[in-house]
Design a protein around this ligand. Structure first.
Ligand SMILES: O=P(O)(O)OC[C@@H](O)[C@@H](O)c1c[nH]c2ccccc12
Length: 273
């Protein structure tokens, strides 16, 4: 008897699979340019067809991030955004009617600062469905995985093209989906991907029954469509964060705010697979 899941993310992947569709998974830096605007952007992303949302906790030392997300983190940190206010933003979006599963995307240090017991209690209270921690030390992974499982939250593992023989160990016991990083290096729009990325994704597919998503460098509708043929989800971050950055002057003025939000919606809508 399969255990009935109430995890919003699992339900979305199940529905998309039944419809033969691929999830569009935007990444957004929470608090860029401010928390209230983030709430408005979340609504635009949902209207544009996003299926799941990565809510990025701004961090002072985002070692895996390229310049676009680094700048977004800097802007958000100027507004004193922290991991708690990111969780509160997720809850406010839910209370405003968002149906999207939220993944809290955070580096490990803010989690440690909060304390693991506190962190997981807060995650649950703020209706977070998933968690990605790109710099989670492998020796902490088992503890974090069991805490996530106990809290009913999917700790999503990242696998890189260089993971090869470690793929089985990384995906074993994982939940939610497996995040295949398409290229080496840091986040940021790319015109090409790690050679052999398709074979890499196929090897991950063979190692797990979980949905498999890909991210890193994907920034156009045709790149999303290319990966949608072989994945259950496609993550787009920097291209969307850059679009937010580009329209900040419009967002900052009440008379042009709606026009700025519409540009974000239209950009994301044309990514939809
Ligand atoms: O920004 P890109 O190139 O579209 O890649 C997705 C990425 O933004 C998001 O998933 C992410 C943001 N920071 C990260 C750090 C590591 C791995 C992934 C991420």
């Amino acid at each position: 008897m399969t255990t009935e899941t109430t995890n919003r993310m699992d339900l979305v992947f199940r529905k998309l699979k039944a419809e033969g569709r691929t999830a569009l998974i935007p990444f957004l830096t929470v608090g860029d340019p401010d928390l209230e605007t983030t709430l408005a952007i979340i609504a635009e992303l949902e209207a544009a067809g996003a299926d799941i949302l990565e809510l990025g906790v701004p961090y002072s030392d985002p070692l895996a991030d390229g310049p676009v997300i680094q700048r977004a983190s800097t802007r958000a940190l100027r507004g004193q955004v922290n991991i708690r206010t990111c969780m509160e933003t997720a809850l406010k979006a839910r209370q405003a009617g968002s149906q999207l599963p939220f993944i809290l995307f955070t580096y490990y240090n803010p989690v440690l600062q909060m304390g693991l017991d506190n962190f997981f209690a807060e995650l649950d209270a703020h209706e977070i469905s998933g968690l990605i921690i790109p710099d989670l030390p492998i020796e902490e992974a088992e503890d974090m995985r069991s805490r996530s499982r106990a809290a009913g939250i999917n700790l999503v593992p990242l696998v890189a093209p260089t993971s090869s023989e470690r793929i089985a160990r990384i995906v074993n016991g994982a939940s939610g989906f497996v995040y295949c990083v398409s290229s080496l290096g840091v986040t940021g729009e790319r015109s090409s991907f790690h050679e052999g990325v398709d074979a890499f994704i196929q090897s991950v597919r063979e190692a797990t029954d979980l949905p498999v998503a890909v991210g890193f460098g994907i920034s156009t509708g045709e790149q999303v469509a290319r990966f949608a043929k072989i994945c259950d989800g496609v993550v787009v971050g920097s291209a969307i964060v850059r679009k937010v950055e580009d329209v900040i002057p419009l967002l900052d003025s009440p008379s042009t705010r709606q026009a700025g939000l519409l540009q974000i919606r239209e950009f994301v809508a044309q990514l939809k697979p």
